[in-house]
Design a protein around this ligand. Sequence first.
Ligand code: FAD
Ligand code: PYC
Length: 417
Amino acid sequence: MTRFNALTLLANALTGNRNWDAQWPEAQPRTEYDVVIVGAGGHGLGTAYYLAKQHGITNIAVIDKGWLGGGNTGRNTTIIRSNYLYDESARLYDHSVDLWEGLSQELNYNVMYSRRGVLMLAHNVHDVQSAQRHIHANRLNGVDNRWLTPQECKAYCPPLNISPTARHPVLGGALQERAGTARHDAVAWGYARGAAARGVDIIQNCPVTEIRRNPDGSVAGVETGRGFIKAKRVAVSAAGHSSVVMQSAGVRLPLESYPLQALVSEPVKPVLPCVVMSNTVHAYISQSDKGELVIGSGTDQYTSYSQRGGLPLIEHTVAAICEIFPIFTRMRMLRKWGGIVDVTPDRSAIISKTPVPGLYVNCGWGTGGFKATPGAAHTFAWTIARDEPHPINAPFTMERFRSGRLIDEAAAAAVAH
Ligand code: FAD
Ligand code: PYC
């Protein structure tokens, strides 16, 4: 750490200044690195952190076209859970929850992981059967999940309307108590600080426009808004845009990009003790530590790179929330925004080597990759360092779209898409 950095950090700690730019003056890209990571979201920064910490690889640049954490990492509703249906997913997401539990200590940065429980509501017979199937599958995998009656749902989450005459009657719910939320941008900042302290360069405002290859087909480096950067290995973690970036290296990915939107209310005193989700009505809600109600929607019906999301969808979401929680009808909404999520045909992610030697990709998290941040980053770093899959991410290679060994998590994604 330079003397300037140390003094700036000290001054910021004393004054409570949390401004990232003031703490870490902008890194200037060098012309060559061992590893270039495209995308400074939680996944890219976490990957750099684990590469440096666990594999001793520190000659790394994490490059972002915008500011770090400004993509989906800083736009999501921060729901963390591991109640997925299939064995492969349960292993991956539960590995992530294990890491979430120790992450603040690991990074010495408070990511505010809050184990407040995620309650997934059932409004019809299909929902009940599907939730109970998940509960059984989860228990067989050692993932906690249990069924609550409507009265038990109400006891766990008092603002819930369980009237049988409600438009969306609550027939029960699946509760994962170990699940919860975390502070999204703290995750990006924590990993960024941990990586930067180990020598990683984080380069913002630097779009990667092309991945270049050597005459033998292996990766040569990246063309960027600030010139060419040579690299032995390139890892792409550019949610929403990974297919475009990978296409420039001649690798086609089965991804579609959709806007996904969310909003927050004015802050109020603690009123909602847990996270509540309803896939059937396309809505999920929690209360942040600042007191805002955090509400999210399903994906837009049309592919787009707009970071806003359509009005009819958010209207539908808010209407559903008001029906399920009549107590919230008088709340005022503060702001809404969108992110771009990339979705695979089986709704499971891709963490993979590629046919191009030295090129790796971590993408396709769709609506659900925040919860996976530590687990995906940890196993992706292994894949890059050893040029082989980690046992946990091995089923998630892009090869599965050729072999047909899909991991069809459409129902478990918990968010309509
Ligand atoms: P990002 O944080 O998006 O990082 C990718 C980075 O790549 C961006 O910073 C971008 O600027 C950069 N980039 C893109 N193209 C280029 C380029 N050409 N050159 C350089 N940089 C580039 N998941 C959950 O688990 N729980 C939730 O509750 C949840 N809610 C969500 C709510 C919303 C509204 C949204 C939008 C998403 C939600 N998600 C949720 C999904 C989750 O946010 C993402 O899956 C996850 O954050 C992806 O992290 P990332 O680091 O891969 O991507
Ligand atoms: O995957 O749990 C999830 C989720 C919640 C909101 C968006 N994604």
